[in-house]
Design a protein around this ligand. Structure first.
Ligand code: B3K
Ligand code: ZN
Length: 871
């Protein structure tokens, strides 16, 4: 497999101004005729070859300006590409290819699902549809004509606006025209027997937009929340960024066979059904929030991604980091900003921090790849969003908005780079942002530590901050990066103090931001009446690890800080430090004690829970097993699990009455509602239930399961029952299956819950579930619900010393790779963490990675993941 390097970028040899596509849809043999108006790119070498990407295409004929090209002018590459010898400086190239959508299990390109047709082109799927320079810096205007069987495919959709339709007899046709130039990865086609839920939106400047969500018959009643989220996203983008929708129609099509969450194709978003369909009975509050986020994310791509796109795939975070930042801000505005931030940071630490510390560590803008599909990562997305947030914090909201205006005005309808984004922000703010490029080019999570000194005589407080980034593969020496540290000082009474730096004339109240640019910097505060406690990294102002805050300060901050993030964070860090000590004790074979402060913290949280139940729920949950493992040089998943289980039971026992009182008080009597407050109450109630069940009272979970009328409460109870081995377990799982066997999205949950149950027979269970009639390796949601849920969500069993968990995962990767290489490659991840495991586990993990690598005809994505993991 070939490695592609960022430094090797060269402009495309030919540009394609217009594309005409004509499809004759047939599941077994679809014909695709393409007419490309080509011309040499003046920015490229004058003799650069006319090479078109292709992948598995059977060429039927090719003409240049109407004349059939003889075989000697058609050069086929081993990679599936087609090079046209002696190309003219400009011309109309016409090709006809045949493809078989129903045989396409990779779900890239054109494929069928439930008898309907769908496409997925990002990143390099368009080349599976027709020969084309399949790279984002070739932007063209598309006209798409679709012919299909009228009965089997009454609905025929593509990008842009519907301009013509016709046909008689058994077949019909439609023509779509997209007025906006776009790269091939944004092309989409959807066709089949679908029904729509429709609505309208009037933009600020008065454009009437028809909104449609296309689903399979029977799913219409579950589209309301997606539609509502779409309309709120459209209004928000106008209000916050002044960005209006630019076509007369916005279509969303939902499909149950889909490799990821959703795709932002111009005017025709394609969504995994998981992020469209929801009813209170079948979707959890988390699903509800996921839909809002993903609908917004894809909609926001219309400007950050589609109108302004990426020059090459190394710039992926240009659109993804920025669009995640935008969807995070949207969700924060829709609900509780503090709780949203806590959840996002939790997610970043669960997925991105370990990635940055593992074999796949890469900068937000990677330097090289074998398979670009492997770089749709938490680093590109979530860390990328954090870097945008850093810039936002550094220059302020007003300058950021001006920077966005400038970025769009300068780059509209162009394929650009991350430098173009940073330059717009710099020019709009007048602040030099050149050092922020370090965040894009350097992998690894920076660590910061604070040291302070108080001089009572001078009433002077000196805060010294240090940073360093651990080495990552290929980047041994790291330079300092600019780190905005949002902070404040608390007095001994817990009150926020005004702050005045030595260089300032007047004190400031509330949070201020220090900019740590060097490896070490001291900040001197004057007029400080008493030794303060610093509150650092408020709102998680930078994606770094803050080390070494003493426990007494953590406890103090958890109670007193004015910043809800630091309050939550300090509680979590305190608990983590206690838990890591207990893990060490467990490893030494000592008895597990109990730190009474933890029970006290739970009691305090419950006492104050009324003010903000959603926040209380976040504060109650102990740091996760993955988060703890990530703090250890050599992880011990089994010890971590035992400690966490022990603590939960202890807290459940010691705080039983208070937990029970909160649980009872939160019982939902009124009608089921999905709003921030109701979601918060359910989250808190289920957090209480988890402790009470851990303390041994499974009757409560069983009662909740039996009585539940919404999926959040039902699933929370089922997960607790499934985790234990009481008599209620099998009955609850069976009744849940019987009730939901016809609903794929809910069945996914049924598989996932069992895969994540930390029981000693977990591996046998997942193997048995793999043979269950409802299991289907070909469906990505189902494959993930069992395999990824087990490997990533059940660490103590996955890392069983028998090595059976590793073997299960490798078997699944090997079986899946020929079916769907992208999903297979994504499953490899957990095996790559072997350096952070004991020698015994590491050896077993490496053996399985090697077995994957030894498999003949491995996809290049799986090869890249497995080989990098072994290095
Ligand atoms: N841009 C798509 C992701 C495509 C993944 C290709 N392997 C969805 C999104 O980020 O919005
Ligand atoms: Zn995206």
């Amino acid at each position: 497999p070939v490695t592609i390097h960022r430094q090797d970028y060269a402009p495309p040899a030919f540009l394609v101004d217009r594309v005409g596509l004509e499809f004759r849809l047939d599941p077994a043999a679809t014909e695709v005729r393409a007419r490309l108006a080509l011309r040499r790119n003046p920015a490229a070498a004058a003799d650069a070859p006319l090479r078109l990407d292709g992948d598995g295409l059977a060429l039927q004929e090719a003409r240049m300006d109407g004349t059939v090209l003889p075989p000697e002018r058609l050069v086929f590459g081993a990679d599936g590409s087609l090079t046209i010898a002696d190309p003219p400086a400009s011309g109309l190239l016409e090709t006809l290819v045949r493809i078989a959508p129903e045989a396409n299990t990779s779900l890239m390109g054109l494929y069928t699902s439930g008898g309907n047709f769908y496409t997925q082109c990002e990143a390099e799927g368009f080349r599976r549809i027709t020969f084309f320079p399949d790279r984002p810096d070739v932007m063209s205007r598309y006209t798409v004509t679709i012919h299909a069987d009228r009965l089997r495919c009454p609905v025929l959709l593509s990008n842009g606006n519907l301009v013509e339709q016709g046909g008689e007899g058994a077949t019909h046709w439609v023509r779509w025209e997209d007025p906006h130039p776009k790269p091939s990865y944004l092309f989409a086609l959807v066709a089949g027997d679908l029904v729509s839920v429709s609505d309208r939106f009037t933009t600020r400047s008065g454009r009437e937009v028809a909104l449609h969500i296309w689903v399979r018959r029977g799913d219409e009643s579950r589209c309301g929340h997606a539609m509502d989220s779409l309309k709120r996203s459209m209004a928000w983008d106008e209000e916050v960024f002044g960005l209006e929708y630019d076509l007369d129609v916005f279509n969303i099509a939902a499909v149950s066979d889909f490799n990821m969450g959703a795709m932002e194709n111009k005017g025709l978003n394609v969504f995994n059904t998981k992020y469209v369909l929801a009813s209170p009975e079948s979707a959890t509050d988390g699903d509800w929030q996921g839909i809002e986020t993903v609908v917004a994310h894809e909609y926001f791509h219309n400007w950050t991604g589609n109108r302004v796109t990426c020059r090459d795939w190394f710039q992926l975070s240009l659109k993804e980091g920025l669009t995640v930042f935008r969807d995070q801000e949207f969700s924060a505005d829709m609900g509780s900003r503090a709780v949203k931030r806590i959840r996002d940071v939790r997610g970043l630490r669960a997925a991105q921090f370990p990635e940055d510390a593992g074999p796949m560590a890469h900068p937000v803008r990677p330097d090289s790849y074998i398979e670009i599909d492997n770089f749709y990562t938490p680093t590109v997305y979530q860390k990328g969003a954090e870097v945008v947030r850093l810039i936002h914090t550094r220059i302020g909201a007003a300058a950021f908005r001006r920077g966005m205006d400038l970025y769009i005005a300068r780059n509209d309808n162009q394929a650009v780079t991350i430098e173009d984004f940073v330059r717009a922000m710099q020019d709009a703010s007048g602040i030099d942002l050149s050092s922020f490029m370090g965040w894009y080019d350097q992998a690894g999570t920076p660590e910061i530590a604070a040291e302070d000194r108080y001089d009572p005589a001078a009433r002077r407080y000196t805060l010294t901050l240090r940073q360093q980034t651990p080495p990552t593969r290929g980047q041994a020496d790291k330079r300092p990066v600019p780190i905005p540290v949002a902070m404040g000082l608390l007095g001994p009474d817990g009150r926020e103090q005004p702050t005045r730096l030595a260089s300032e004339n007047a004190a400031q109240s509330g949070t201020r931001t220090l900019l740590l640019e060097a490896a070490e910097q001291s900040f001197v505060f004057e007029d400080v009446p008493a030794p303060p406690v610093p509150s650092l990294l408020r709102g998680f102002s930078a994606p770094v690890r803050l080390r070494g805050v003493p426990r007494d300060r953590l406890r103090f901050l958890a109670v007193h800080d004015t910043d809800p993030f630091v309050r939550w964070e300090s509680g979590q860090q305190y608990a983590a430090s206690v838990m890591l000590e207990m893990v060490a004790a467990q490893q030494r074979g000592e008895a597990l004690g109990f730190d009474a402060a933890l029970a006290e913290a739970v009691a305090n949280t419950l006492a104050a829970a009324d003010a903000d139940p959603a926040f209380a729920a976040e504060a109650l949950v102990l740091p996760g097993e993955g988060f703890l493992a990530d703090q250890m040089e050599i992880a011990d998943p089994v010890a971590i699990h035992l400690v966490r289980r022990h603590l939960r039971a202890e807290i459940g026992r010691r705080c039983g009455p208070a937990l029970r009182a909160t649980y009872d008080a939160l019982a939902d009597h009124g009608p089921y509602r999905i709003d921030g407050a109701s979601i918060g109450r359910r989250a808190l109630r289920n957090a209480c239930l988890a402790y009470l069940t851990a303390a041994g009272d499974t009757a409560l979970a069983k009662a909740q399961f039996d009585a539940a009328t919404n999926m959040t409460d039902s699933l929370a109870a089922l997960a607790l029952l499934a985790d234990g081995d009481g008599p209620a377990r099998e009955a609850a799982l069976a009744s849940f299956h019987a009730r939901w066997r016809g609903d794929d999205l809910v069945l996914d949950k049924w598989f996932a819950i069992q895969a994540m149950a930390a029981r000693p027979d977990a591996i046998a269970q997942v193997r048995a579930l793999q043979a269950h009639p409802d299991f289907d390796l070909k469906n990505p949601n189902r494959a993930r619900s069992l395999i990824a849920s087990f490997a990533a969500g059940n660490p103590s069993q996955f890392h069983d010393l028998s090595g059976e968990g590793y073997r299960f995962l490798a078997d699944a990767v090997i079986a899946l790779d020929p079916v769907n290489g992208s999903i297979a490659a994504r499953l490899v991840g957990p095996l790559g963490q072997w350096r952070r495991q004991s020698a015994a586990r590491g050896a077993l993990m490496r053996r399985e990675l090697q077995r994957v690598l030894d498999t003949p005809d491995l996809s290049k994505g799986t090869f890249e993941k497995a080989s990098k993991a072994l290095l």
